[in-house]
Design a binder for this molecule. Structure first.
Ligand SMILES: [Zn+2]
Ligand SMILES: [Zn+2]
Length: 199
């Protein structure tokens, strides 16, 4: 899929039109191109995002997820909460990885764009007039990578271990089925984390 098709797919679940989601989408595609990898159907790819919470442009991550196929549900994306507009894409089959970040000059421009200025004034993203965001989204979808992305060198990293857990048992207190790798011993038998936290 090209960036425009992916943008339409991303819009379906993202919920509003904004500059940050397509920025993440382009950045994700650039990282995939650099590594020579395809959209992750299972956990072939893993993303470590340096974005966080409580800052604008966090929508960047929804673009990265749309492009790479690394999703919260598959647990092949994680956030470091550094509140930086950067991420590392890892090819879990080879251990090759690449870090991509937004060029500071470009990100500063975005932060002073009509969209973000209205967000700063308290306007919800879905209420920003399309003439204030459409041109910006279109520009981002067509920008040359070197004009807005810093693409690092390919690095080789040690891959984390871990197979999917298939086995469940009921918690001895709430009786909800819980994957056994998060059950713990108690006087009543194996219990889940929330029950263990209750007095
Ligand atoms: Zn958004
Ligand atoms: Zn329980």
């Amino acid at each position: 899929m090209n960036a425009h098709d992916l943008f339409e797919a991303g819009m379906q679940f993202h919920g509003h039109k904004c500059p940050a989601m397509p920025m993440g989408l382009r950045a994700g595609l650039a990282a995939m191109d650099a590594l020579g990898v395809e959209h992750s159907r299972d956990k072939e790819l893993h993303v470590v995002s340096e974005t966080g919470a409580g800052h604008v442009a966090g929508c960047f991550v929804d673009g990265i997820m749309t492009a790479t196929g690394c999703t919260y549900g598959k647990s092949n994306i994680q956030k470091l909460y550094y509140n930086k507009m950067a991420f590392t894409l890892i090819d879990t089959l080879t251990g090759r990885s690449i870090r991509v970040s937004l060029k500071p000059s470009f990100f500063n421009q975005v932060l002073n764009s009509p969209f973000v200025l209205q967000r700063r004034a308290g306007v919800l993203p879905q209420n920003i007039p399309s003439e204030d965001v459409d041109f910006q989204v279109e520009k981002i979808l067509n920008l040359a990578e070197e004009n807005f992305l810093e693409i690092g060198e390919i690095q080789q990293i040690d891959l984390p271990e871990g197979e999917g857990m298939f086995d469940v048992k009921p918690c001895a207190r709430c009786w909800e089925l819980t994957f056994v790798n998060k059950l713990q011993d108690s006087a009543d038998g194996l219990i889940c984390i929330p029950c263990a936290a209750e007095k």
